[in-house]
Design a protein. Structure first.
Length: 55
């Protein structure tokens, strides 16, 4: 089981629709890519091609 990461200030913001959107800061603190196509993914995952984007 993966450990629970405490959510702190700067880890997310609320979108105009009211959803919680995690920031790059939170993803880096978590330490891995969940492969969900997150808006601020620092790991480069692209859900459209189901792979990490090549630079």
């Amino acid at each position: 089981m993966k450990s629970k990461i405490p959510v702190e200030e700067g880890d997310y913001y609320l979108t105009p629709e009211g959803y919680r959107c995690f920031t790059e800061q939170y993803h880096l603190k978590r330490g891995y890519c969940c492969e969900s196509g997150c808006r601020h993914c620092p790991y480069g995952f692209d859900k459209k091609i189901n792979s990490v984007k090549k630079k």
